[in-house]
Ligand binder design. Sequence first.
Ligand SMILES: *[C@@H]1O[C@H](CO)[C@@H](O)[C@H](O)[C@H]1NC(C)=O
Ligand SMILES: *[C@@H]1O[C@H](CO)[C@@H](O)[C@H](O)[C@H]1NC(C)=O
Ligand SMILES: *[C@@H]1O[C@H](CO)[C@@H](O)[C@H](O)[C@H]1NC(C)=O
Ligand SMILES: *[C@@H]1O[C@H](CO)[C@@H](O)[C@H](O)[C@H]1NC(C)=O
Ligand SMILES: *[C@@H]1O[C@H](CO)[C@@H](O)[C@H](O)[C@H]1NC(C)=O
Length: 951
Amino acid sequence: MPLDYTVHPRRTSLVIVAVFLLFNLCYHVVYFSNDENRRSVHVPIHASATLARCRALDAKPGPPEDFYARNVSDRFQTGTKPVVIRNATIWTGRVQGLEVLQGDVLFDGGIIKHVGTISEALLGEYDDLVSVDAHGAWVTPGIIDVHSHLGDEPSPALAGAQDGNSLKGLVQPWLRSLDGLNTHDEGYASSVAGGLTTALILPGSANAIGGQAFVIKPRPTVERSPTAMLVEPPFNLNRSHENDGSPPRWRHMKHACGENPSGVYAGTRMDTFWAFRQGYETARQIKQAQDEYCSKAVAGDWASLNDQSFPENLQWEALVDVLRGRVKVQTHCYEAVDLDAFVRLSNEFRFPVAAFHHAHEAYLVPDVLKRAYEHPPAVAMFAAFARYKREAYRHSEFAPRVLADNDIDVVMKSDHSAIVSRYLIHEAAQAHFYGLADNIALASVTTTAAKVLGLDHRIGYLKTGYDADVVIWDSHPLALGATPKQVYIDGIPQLADPFTVEKPAMAQRAPKTPDFDQEAANAVKYEGLPPIAPTRVKTGTIVFANVSSLLLKHPRRELYDAFEARGSSEPGIVVMEVSERHTGIVCAGPGEECAYSLAADNLDVVDLAGGSLQPGLVTAGSYIGLSEIPMERSTGDGPMYNLLAGDPPSIAGGPGYLPKAVDGLMFGTRDALLAYRAGVTIAVSPVYHDGAFARGLSTAFSLGAATKLEMGAVVSDVAALHFAIGHGDVPSVSTEIAALRHVLLHPPQGDGEAWYKKVVDGEIPLIVETHNADIIATLITLKTEVEAKTGHTMKVTILGGAEAHLLADELAGAGIGVVVSPPRPLAYSWDLRRVNPGLPITNQSAIARLIEAGVTVGIGPQGTSGMPGLSAWAVRNLRFDAGWEMLNAPKTISKATAFALVSSNIEKLLGVPLDPYESDLIATSGGDLLSFDGKVVAVISPRRGRVDFFD
Ligand SMILES: *[C@@H]1O[C@H](CO)[C@@H](O)[C@H](O)[C@H]1NC(C)=O
Ligand SMILES: *[C@@H]1O[C@H](CO)[C@@H](O)[C@H](O)[C@H]1NC(C)=O
Ligand SMILES: *[C@@H]1O[C@H](CO)[C@@H](O)[C@H](O)[C@H]1NC(C)=O
Ligand SMILES: *[C@@H]1O[C@H](CO)[C@@H](O)[C@H](O)[C@H]1NC(C)=O
Ligand SMILES: *[C@@H]1O[C@H](CO)[C@@H](O)[C@H](O)[C@H]1NC(C)=O
């Protein structure tokens, strides 16, 4: 029962007494009278404190009324100079994210003082003012991540600091992520370099209720403590302000439904929801006891309270606060079944839900969200990271726009380090690419995120009185590869010596993204599993019109623009003849030259609207094609034998066992078809084994084929021989090197023998998956050693290569190529701790460094936490990854080089024997493959003698 503060006549005297008691703790016994009776009441010594506490019970969280009177931020660091950023293009976050001002931003004391046109007179009032000329650059509020494990699961990952998940119970609202917030996480500086200025640090999702979450700013502090990183921590943390009358501050509580808690606790969804209800019932009873107690206390009825103290329970107090509406409930919940159950729970126990996180099926059930208690939860999502487990299988890249169309608040989040939070803006940019309006996309990582955290009174906007968390960008923040030139947190510049490059003028506006209306409608219609195979297959003559570039492979496999080569920059026409016998370009050139082709009857004329024809992309570095849902064993080929764990059974070949990925291939997986629709036509995948040494023989295959038996489905049965070597492996790195040396010099007899010999003879490449520079150095010497003994030159490729830049010249000298995978690694583990972070921290990317040294370089998918086994979903993003490298290293990486990184170089490095004339071509409309402007409309495949359309 809620407390009733209404003062009516019979109670007036009691209220006065109570107020009096607040200031007079020494009165134990008070006599008073009223008209009906006269009696003595024992008033306990804690009465005043108790009454104050009772009054505070239902106070709603929020900033104090005089919040904007603050002149100095509570997070101000002494010595921070005032800054004015002049001549900026300012996205303020106001007016639904539609306001853009040309002008200046002034901050001091850790607080924004003025936004817009600022007079010289005002600037004159500031001593020591630092003036920064933005030269018109985009300036936004700092990026806010509502779902991060920074600090609790620090990088590089070491066993000594795995503080994300407690496995001591299904419901543990008493735990606090703050208690595990490690201050030495490489992820902080990395994230700040991407513009991140605030993050909510959530406990993991192993538990139904995993504990309390805390908001931090990831900058270094003078105190060097976790506490110093907090933003408006709840007062209950140290109880200092408990009764001082100021409104409480928001708290956060992590909840999780579905696979994780059921999996960890060997239960079911039914068990998880019973655990929720049991926990909430416990909290409800405590709340009710408190409310009853307080109504008696406020009524002065101490007699019937009979010296009982205020009912409370340290383990459950946070959940009681949820029921009092003072906690932002942050719920990891994927599927319709879970969302629906949690909405029922919110109504049963009457608490609002701040956000559903991940929520891969939320876009299918907006009406369920709208039924939640008090208000629809926001939905905090990944852009394209999906299908890694069953719950995420029906994800759609169109979910953000579908939810926004349904008036649901949309937030993009990282789940750092699942997605590296340095690139959170890229999640918003992808959502924008797939149809989320630019103002909503920018809001999704700023203003809307601030609202979800209950902090939109101080962060998420560029407004007077707000925290001075500001990013100056090198391009429009939603442009591909947008990178900060400087990041301010609490007014403090975070990049001591930022490196920047000049971005093209086109990158200074929001990308003109394709029309995906039909695809978005289909995602909902087919409940997340719309048909994605090509819609039309054509042969015959096909005319592509309004083509602005035609990038072709040269027999020596260097790409060139055939249009530019002909001295024409106007959109032209490309006429293709397509048949199983022969597929090729009949005419290509400016309009008039091939215009005759338009006159013929029965032609397929495809208007590319300024788009391009370019090579199909080739991928390596994931296990695409070997499973549908990586975390569901029954949907994939499964792991091979670990060769270092004992000889495989003789029926499998004993010591000569060497499985071929081609035998386990699955065609038409959703990851494969989505990648195909994004211009990736060929993949090279080895046999899956997470963490073990051998990966068998890889295969190169067509991502667009429906079955293995289709013409051209398998490009080569065997591409290369794969191994993986890393610190932390059991047995040791030295054992893995010994084993590698042994199989090369003394190939085990049996089925594998011939393949090992082919590697030694340089007929097929040896691929070693590793990141670490010491291991790479050992491989360079091993290559020399084996070659000296055999007299043959081997082809060796490093896959991974996060530290390869440290040996760029040596790799070039040894003729060893590198597929950098992921292309933008974090120091996920010790083996990657010397990553080269690239702009704005270092002057160039590791990829550009390797290219400059003369190494043949490819790039793999960005993927998840650097785990190849969880990266097939990301193959579709190769086009953007290549474009990113080009935009951030314009002097080193031309468009042709960028394409080579994801096509011809992968073919060379992974041993895919492709005739350049047989290469697939991708037709994109509106722009090319390396941008957010182009949309893939067709794949022209000479090898397969057909053109696949996606219209
Ligand atoms: C804050 O600044 C305003 C105007 O700049 C001034 O009027 C006010 O006195 C200041 N308040 C404090 C507490 O310093
Ligand atoms: C702002 O910067 C742009 C781009 O450098 C420049 O063209 C313009 O003249 C500048 N405007 C002012 C007022 O300085
Ligand atoms: C207790 O927490 C509040 C809120 O963060 C802070 O202002 C205060 O300084 C803290 N007190 C102590 C003694 O740490
Ligand atoms: C080329 O683009 C122009 C402008 O959009 C359009 O009018 C024309 O029809 C296009 N040409 C062809 C052959 O589709
Ligand atoms: C980047 O820095 C490295 C190391 O300081 C230097 O060797 C290299 O030349 C620089 N490259 C560029 C493009 O500035």
